[in-house]
Design a protein around this ligand. Sequence first.
Ligand code: AMP
Length: 404
Amino acid sequence: MSLFSTYNFKDQKALIRVDFNVPLDKQTYAIGDDNRMRAAIPTIQKILKDGGSVILMSHLGRPKEGPETKSSLIHIVGHLQNLISTAMETETIVQFANDCIGDEALTKSAALQSGEVLLLENLRFYKEEEKGDATFAQKLSQLGTVYVNDAFGTAHRAHASTAVIAQFFEKGKKMFGLLMEGEVKAAENVLNKAEKPFTAIIGGAKVSDKILIIENLLERATDIIIGGGMAYTFMKAQGGQIGKSLCEDDRLDTALEILKKAAEKGVQIHLPSDSIVADNFAADANTKVALSNSIPDGWMGLDVGPDACEQFKNVILRSKTILWNGPMGVFEMEKFQNGTKTIAIAVAEATANGAFSLVGGGDSVAAVNQFGFSSKVSYVSTGGGAMLEYFEGKVLPGIAAISE
Ligand code: AMP
């Protein structure tokens, strides 16, 4: 059992770093996608049910010059109150402090009673947050008696509230929340306890963004499926004709090196044999199917083709562990959705047959949500950059600060 699950929060003031960096409408400030807020509710609920109180701190957006209305967390208070009240089955008021440190935050946190919740204003209104300033972290630490980090989405940043603050709490008084625990457990399952065959599906636009993750996966996976725009750099590197498909000419050697290493290690790399090609990067472009290594001049590959779908599906269905990061095509446009959708269906089917599947990275998560498959995979990660860095084999400062 984890420290968080066994800890009794009665009469404790739990200072929780959450990731409430949700999209807000530019005019009305209405919340677009509240998944990140929902993901933190079980942690908040457990503390309140134990008889503790909760102080929530988060960043929102990228304010550069101090406080600004569009990045104020005050816009989410009402919705947060609804989510917590529903979870607690009783009306729970969310108080708000207009500053994350200073007198108001100190007074309001000191006055918090068992079962009460306080949300602090945006941490990034202070540049000290991103700088990892220890004095700022210490001021934050004074607001709670226990520190809980539940912000996996920012675990790869050595910021004041995600990493530096932990030093001001003694061992046993700093811990991961349930979301963070779940994320770490799911990632560990894939990274260090993967049952084989282990297939990694890597897509998205650029090879350069995914080199480190592919290199690390070459040590662990049995199969790597490469789709999306990045596949065409591999095609060209092997002498293929790719028309005007996306290509990173300065990464052709890298692509060949990856293929060579994979062959040495016995890892099978699966590239799309065919593609849906378009005469234009547009939703209403003319399309046809072409071999991925002989795309006519003036055409570009915007999705994997029907043979590739079949090929990828078979690999996925015989896998026991699946990691998916990045779409297979320009799934935002209907004509180029099929590859990503086929993968989503195959991953769901493999999961139903007993495989462990983890989907992470902003666009693949958006895709499984869009196609309605999020409940049919084993785990959907809330952390894009954090998840990527974890799978690159890096130590995440937010995790290290609590683990050490
Ligand atoms: P990433 O952020 O690297 O995971 O890339 C995701 C983006 O890659 C999405 O917005 C996709 O539309 C885009 N993408 C996927 N396949 C292609 C392709 N064949 N050509 C151009 N862009 C693509």
